[in-house]
Design a protein. Structure first.
Length: 250
């Protein structure tokens, strides 16, 4: 079942094109990787999905993005849309509050006040982010005191706290060690059964390990979008795909 439908999406900043009429679908309970060199439009695509591009005055968007068949430009509440789509940035951004409050913040803002339910939610999200066992005895310490890898997992727990249906990750492993990266990858594999995951990554081997399908963006255009068996084969549909995934892209 289609979760996300993007049709003829154009995106520019002060007239400079970032996405050039791209169209693709993402399905329920899959990991879709988005790869490509810098300035190919990957992060802009994520921001278009939940309309956070509206915070960028120079951004101009044309085309259609549908979530569950509903045009995101026509939703009744943009805040409901953003609760449906969890976002994880390249660098962990911890809120200046306790570990517990980092996770409980969004649910509280949405009206959840019952302590027992908040306790259950915080534990569940920290477990999903593979962080619970490391922090369960110090939930009242500042989240900013955690290591970089732990802070990134806390960011994932926070993104999961409003129970999103889509999780978007933008270079989540750029600032963390390989061991922590592999732990988070295992978390994402488990989460796939519950939500749709859009994974932006410059690490082609990460896309190969995690994704069901991979989309290769270059200069704002989709060069190829297919199953990993095809994308990472010796004969993808486009020679540029072969060169990029094998590290010889010019």
């Amino acid at each position: 079942m289609k979760k996300i439908e993007v049709s003829n999406l154009h995106l520019s900043y002060d007239g400079r094109a970032a996405l050039r009429g791209i169209s693709f679908d993402a399905y329920q309970h899959e990991i879709l990787a988005v790869i490509g060199p810098a300035q190919s439009g990957k992060t802009s695509l994520l921001k278009a999905l939940n309309r956070t591009l509206e915070y960028t005055a120079s951004a101009q968007v044309r085309g259609i993005i549908k979530i569950d068949g509903e045009d995101v430009q026509r939703v009744k509440s943009v805040y409901e849309l953003r609760r449906k789509i969890g976002m994880v940035a390249p660098l962990p951004v911890g809120l200046p509050m306790t570990i517990y409050d980092n996770v409980a913040f969004a649910p509280r803002m949405a009206g959840l006040r019952a302590k027992m339910k908040l306790d259950e939610l915080v534990e569940r999200c920290l477990r999903q982010a593979a962080l619970w066992d490391e922090v369960k005895d110090r939930l009242n310490t500042l989240g900013t005191k955690l290591s970089g890898g732990q802070q990134q997992r806390l960011t994932i727990a926070r993104a999961l706290s409003h129970e999103p249906e889509i999780l978007c990750l933008d270079e989540f492993s750029i600032a963390i060690d390989p061991v922590t990266t592999m732990r988070i990858e295992e978390v994402l594999k488990e989460l796939r059964s519950q939500i749709t995951i859009i994974l932006v990554t410059n690490l082609t081997q990460q896309a190969r390990r995690l994704a069901d399908r991979t989309m290769f963006l270059w200069n704002g255009e989709i060069i190829e979008h297919n199953t990993n068996d095809v994308i990472f084969s010796a004969q993808p549909a486009d020679q540029r795909t072969y060169e990029y995934v094998h590290g010889i892209f010019g």
